[in-house]
Each structure stands twice: as C-alpha cells, then as structure tokens.
Design a binder for this molecule. Structure first.
Ligand code: GLN
Length: 483
C-alpha cells in the first residue's frame, strides 16, 4: 500500500472513497513501525492486536455512514497519557509495567471519533527534558539524522510523525515539549491555551502549565485533532466551559490587514543566524500575504525561563510525591516504611527528576518560599499582563521556536543549564497562558527549523488561520526525511 506521508484530511477522503480500508491503513503503519522503528526508537509499546481491532470498528463506521474525519486514523500517543488497560510509564522506571485503570479524557474523545491507537511513544521521564535523553527506557532519534536528538519531551511523538510511523500524535507541552520536538523533526506542533484541553488521565508534571497538544503533518490536521480533544471536562476544573471549536472553513480566509508582531527580544545574540534569516523570511511571507508585520517589545521575556524553572520544579517536587513505592509501580521491600519510600524513589527515578525534586523542594522550603516561588508567581502575573496588552495591539506574534536546530545526541546531556536554554522561545507561551504553534519554516544544514506563531488566550481561531496561511504559502511542510 503506497500511502505515505499523507495528512489526516487527505487520508480521510481516501478512506471515504474506499481507496483502501482502515484495516489496510493500520496494517501498513504497523509494518512500517516494525521495519523502521528499530532505528528511530520512537515507540515504547506497539498495539498490534488492539490497533487492528479498532481499525475493523472504523471500517464498520465507514460502511454504515457514521464515520467522521478522524475515523480510522492511526495515531501515536505520548506515554504519559493513559489508555485503559495499557501500560503507561511516563518514560520512568518507577512506572515500568504500570497499567492504566481508565482512559484520559483526550483518549475517550479520540475513541469516540473512531481513531486508532498504534502505540505509546517515548518521552523524557515525566516530560522533563528537551532531547528524549532523560529516560532509561528508549531514547528516540531524529529521523532527519539519527545521530541527533528528536527534541523533547514529546520526542517519540515528533519522531514518529516525521518518520511516518503514525499519521499524527499527541504530546504534552509544559514549557515547549510539543513545539520544540516538532521544530526539530520538521512537523507541526501546537500548544493550546491553558484551560482548553483536559488533563484528566494525563500524569501531571507542572499542573499550572501542562497542556496536551497535537503533532501533525499540517496545520489543518492540528486543528482537526484540537477540535476533538479540546473542551470542558468536569474532571479538570481548569477547563473552560465555552465552545472551543475552531471553524476549519475559516482557515482559508486571507490574513490581509492582520497585524503581526515580531518581538525584538526573540532575536538575541547567539541565536543561529540561519534560523534568524528563516524567521525574517517568514515575516516577509506574511507581508506578501497582506499582513502588517511590526516590531514589538516584550520586555519581560528575559524572566520567563527563570519563572518557569521555579514554577516547574516546585510543582514537580509536589507532583512526584505520589510515586512512593506503595501505590504504583516500582516498589522496594524494606523493614521500615520510610525505607520503602526512599529506596523505591532512589531506584525508580532518573537523575533529572531527582534534580528537579531537590530544586523544587528548596524553592518551596520555609524561609525561601517567598523569595523564590511567590516571587516567580508575581513575575508570572506581570508576564501574563504583558501578553494581554500586546494582543490588544497585534493579532498574532511570530518568532523562532528554538535557538538552534536538533543537536547531536549527548552534546548537551551533561550540561543541564545549556539544555534548559533550548526552551527559551517556547517557555514564554506557557508562562503567559496563551496558545502557540510551531510550523516547518525551512532547513539549516539539512535539518528542519520551526517558525512559531503565538496568539492570545483562547484565540486559537486566529492562531490556526495565520499558521495555515503561512504554511500554504510555503512548501516546507511537504518535505520529509529519506528513510
Ligand atoms: N523542556 C522543558 C523542560 O524540560 C519542557 C518540558 C515540557 O514541556 N514538558 O522542562
């Protein structure tokens, strides 16, 4: 079956036109995973039997006329999102073999749409990382150059989409974990506004920042997945009640007359000149489409990474407390209860998770709490206000997704600070609580570069429209690695 590197929209048309069945489609993906994933290492678990059963159910829906656009679409799911009855490891040894007891809200929504789950994709442990190296389970590789990292933490999801080992995937984005790997692997990655998508059934990293987002081959596909997973859920009190649906028809509307801001703080010294050039080209492209691109200032951007580190580590130290060797996963037998906790955690967690638990515990400790955590929350409020103000002046912002292209495996592994810096352009959208998307924006030295668009809180309609218009005016999204 020669149906490779296709979008959801094109594949859905082909399924409805009976060019092939959902079973044939799923089988072709499973075959590709079996042959290609030995090198890419993007899947932690592949659901051969379950995927074919879901595909058969999709074929029934197609036959009886109840199928939608996502029916029969073979997806990869980041292994931090629970699927009932399947193992869910969060990339951690502490959860090796743990079986999810219920479906995450996003999974129930996708099941309802008739999509097919091919398996669970690799990630940095508990989504802490930018390279997929922070895990002892499987470290995915970049399909464009397997000596390089795919980015992280949703590295397996991005690599699987880029290598066509699924038609699209879900990831989670707390500080850039959907957009940064999407940029490194040359695919689309979108972070919804905080409060758009339920996290029920998604293992928590930083509860005040975590969002689930799609990784896809086109902006339209990202919109389709977004529309399916977004919306109110009584199990997640942060989700907004209003209808989140983005009108797909409106993606085709021209952006003529729109105002797009180019934040000068995003063009820092030390940034890869080729990436700078490609972002400037993208701005020119928007001008050619009739938008007005103006330089703007987001003066608090320089504090976003520090605010992120304090907020993330603090919440991580609290969220990781539940992995105590008693309730879930890895457990070491010991005489005293305290030793069960200590030894299970010492053996189960990797070094990055331990580092963050310690940093967060320190930031929250008596005497330091006000200086670190509380101070960070104050600056966070100011950053959010800066975004609210800027989106009164512009419809959308444009900038780079990452300061460099995908780096070589091992290059930054022993330098956590350097690793944290790779999130410099993605973290602000999480701290600001707004929505953002990374779209393929060209190549530097044969490696993909992402262009990032950001729009205001709950302004996904505008975000998808601008990103789609840019994408359709370029050819970057049609390219794929030689495998
Ligand atoms: N790379 C960032 C970190 O390590 C972001 C992680 C994420 O978004 N889950 O914290």
């Amino acid at each position: 079956m020669a149906h490779e590197f296709q979008t959801i929209s094109a594949t859905s048309k082909a399924l409805h036109a009976k060019e092939f069945s959902a079973r044939e489609l799923t089988q072709s993906y499973l075959d590709r995973i079996d042959s290609r994933d030995k090198e890419i290492q993007s899947y932690l678990d592949v659901f051969h039997t379950q995927a074919l059963a879901a595909a058969d159910a999709a074929d029934k829906k197609l036959a009886d006329g109840t199928a939608g656009t996502l029916t029969g679409m073979p997806l990869g799911i980041k292994d931090i999102i629970m699927i009932e009855g399947e193992t869910c490891t969060a990339g951690s040894k502490i959860l090796e073999g743990y079986q999810a007891t219920y479906d995450a809200h996003v999974i129930s929504q996708l099941k309802h749409s008739g999509s097919v789950f091919l398996g669970k994709t690799s990630l940095d442990e508990f989504a802490m990382g930018s390279s997929n190296e922070n895990t002892e389970l499987k470290q995915a590789r970049n399909p464009w150059d397997t000596t390089r990292v795919p980015g992280g933490s949703s590295g397996g999801s991005a690599a699987a989409v880029a290598a066509d080992l699924c038609i699209a995937a879900l990831g989670t984005d707390t500080g850039g974990s959907v957009r940064q790997p999407a940029a490194f692997c040359g695919v689309v990655g979108m972070k919804p506004t905080y409060g758009r998508v339920s996290r029920h059934g998604v293992m928590a990293m930083t509860s005040s920042l975590d969002q689930v987002g799609p990784l896809t081959r086109s902006v339209e596909d990202a919109t389709l997945l977004f529309n399916t997973i977004a919306g109110h859920d009584t199990h997640d009190a942060t989700t907004r009640v209003t209808n989140p649906s983005v009108d797909i028809q409106k993606l085709a509307q021209p952006i003529k007359g729109m105002k797009i801001g180019l934040p000068k703080e995003f063009f820092v010294e030390g940034m890869d000149p080729q990436i700078r050039k490609l972002v400037e080209d993208a701005a020119d492209q928007l001008r050619a489409l009739g938008a007005e691109v103006i330089e703007v200032s987001l003066s608090l951007t320089q504090y976003a990474l520090a605010v992120y580190q304090l907020t993330a580590t603090s919440e991580i130290s609290s969220n990781m407390a539940r992995y105590d060797g008693m309730r879930y996963g890895h457990s070491v037998e010991a005489e005293r209860l305290i030793d069960v906790y200590r030894q299970s955690r010492a053996e189960g967690f990797g070094s990055e998770v331990k580092r963050r638990i310690m940093l967060g515990t320190f930031a929250l400790s008596a005497g330091y709490h006000d200086q670190y955590y509380v101070q960070a929350q104050k600056v966070r409020t100011l950053i959010q206000k800066e975004y609210t103000d800027i989106f009164k002046k512009v419809d959308c912002l444009i900038g780079p997704t990452t300061p460099s292209v995908a780096f070589v495996h091992g290059e930054k592994f022993n330098d956590p600070l350097l690793m944290y810096l790779s999130d410099i352009y993605t973290v602000p959208a999480n701290i600001g609580g707004i929505c953002a998307i990374s779209v393929p924006g060209g190549y530097a030295g044969g490696l993909p570069v992402g262009v990032q668009f950001m729009a205001g809180a709950f302004a996904e309609q505008t975000l998808f429209q601008v990103a789609h218009q840019y994408e359709q005016a370029t050819t970057w999204h049609t390219m794929h690695p030689d495998l």
